[in-house]
Design a protein around this ligand. Structure first.
Ligand code: ADP
Ligand code: MG
Length: 230
């Protein structure tokens, strides 16, 4: 048995994960009996057609939504059984989200937009500034920290969203179509950034995309169809 480099440690495990919506008197299986394991330090792409259940699956993996049945375990913690308060604390310590629903505040500079992430941890001002400078450097936006979101390109906005998600050094980064509105060159840049974070910090990265080209840059591709992993 190979116990040296390449050893796999499960970080996120789902068991028979199911999410059912009741729409107009019909049952819709948005997530259908999904049992998958994502390893520590792995970079996984979730792909599938629009409406196939990618976002629902990602939200369940991140504890933003409760499954109808089945479970999600992260680092040995079954998050499906946590109270809302405990879950929210667990999420803030464990997961960075790059989701369209948590976009940038238009009236705050980039620096402030990134520092918003520090609030739950009540970091001192100097430490917050230092962390923001470090992240800006990492995502290549050092000379833009005084700008407002409307003064940035789509690719730059994504970089700010990623910097913010990384603020508290989460072991897991979840991103829902982070390249959705970008051209292919900017898309590759964003995915390269995720890869870099994964390789240098050991962060486990799960990215939803509808682009097969993007998916080829991941360690593993999980294909979703009609809510099921195929
Ligand atoms: P994708 O991200 O792959 O486009 P989603 O996970 O957003 O797919 O949606 C999967 C299916 O679940 C779709 O048919 C969608 O209409 C349905 N769905 C998603 N969220 C809800 C909801 N809150 N209520 C009812 N149906 C939903
Ligand atoms: Mg989606």
């Amino acid at each position: 048995m190979d116990t040296s480099a390449g050893e796999k440690v499960a970080l996120i495990t789902t068991e028979s994960l199911t999410k059912r919506y009741r729409v107009g008197g019909h049952d819709l299986l948005a997530t259908d009996n999904v049992s998958i394991t994502i390893n520590q330090g792995e970079f996984v792409a979730i792909i599938g057609e629009s409406g196939s259940g990618k976002s629902t699956l990602l939200q369940l993996l991140g504890g933003l939504d409760k499954p109808t049945s089945g479970s999600v375990t992260i680092g040995g913690v079954d998050i499906t059984n946590l109270s809302d308060g405990k879950l929210s604390k667990f999420r803030s310590q464990t997961i960075g989200f790059v989701f369209q629903s948590f976009y940038l505040q238009p009236f705050l500079t980039l620096r402030r937009n990134i520092e918003v992430a520090a609030m739950p941890s009540r970091m001192k001002r100097a430490a917050r500034r230092a962390r923001t400078d470090e992240l800006a450097e990492q995502v290549g936006l050092t000379d833009r920290l005084g700008y407002y979101p409307r003064q940035l390109s789509g690719g730059q906005i994504q970089r700010v969203a990623i910097a913010r998600a990384l603020f508290n050094k989460p072991p897991i980064l979840l991103a829902d179509e982070p390249t959705g509105n970008l051209d292919s060159q900017n898309s590759r840049g964003i995915i390269a950034l995720f890869r870099d974070v994964c390789r240098t910090l050991g962060t486990t990265v799960v990215v939803v995309t509808h682009s097969r080209e993007i998916a080829t840059m991941a360690d593993r591709v999980v294909m979703v169809k009609d809510g099921a992993v195929v």
